[in-house]
Design a protein around this ligand. Structure first.
Ligand SMILES: CC(C)(COP(=O)(O)OP(=O)(O)OC[C@H]1O[C@@H](n2cnc3c(N)ncnc32)[C@H](O)[C@@H]1OP(=O)(O)O)[C@@H](O)C(=O)NCCC(=O)NCCS
Length: 91
């Protein structure tokens, strides 16, 4: 089994604030961490910039636990980041 996978999300601007990203992330997380054989993973990582509280809320709502504060990696990631991790499929 692969050690880990990584998730990310982006919703259309006009659809934000309606819980679309957490609903989609929950479905993907349950599938990926569940008993599927397509791409078995034991852990999912989720990274976001510290100045993106909306993304942090999505992580929290989907039970991705805060694991580490990541240093900036300019130019792509000029701000510090959060690493969140989820290991359970939810059932
Ligand atoms: C981060 C993102 C995916 C959240 O998606 P979403 O479907 O709006 O998620 P939610 O509806 O659960 O909202 C998450 C948080 O956004 C904030 N929010 C609420 N309404 C909002 C709006 N109209 N616009 C932006 N953010 C809003 C709130 O803090 C909310 O948390 P709450 O439910 O505790 O109040 C979305 O804002 C986005 O695509 N942003 C740009 C891309 C991005 O930052 N991707 C993540 C990179 S790590």
């Amino acid at each position: 089994m692969a050690a880990s996978g990584e998730v990310g999300y982006w919703t259309a601007a006009e659809a934000r604030g309606r819980g679309v990203a957490p609903r989609a992330l929950e479905v993907v997380s349950r599938w990926a961490l569940g008993p599927q054989s397509v791409m078995p993973v034991a852990r999912l990582d989720l990274l976001h910039a510290v100045d993106n509280p909306a993304s942090c809320r999505v992580a929290e709502k989907c039970r991705y636990v805060f694991r580490a504060l990541l240093p900036p990696q300019p130019p792509a990631f000029p701000a510090e980041g959060h690493l969140h991790v989820r290991t359970d499929g939810g059932d």
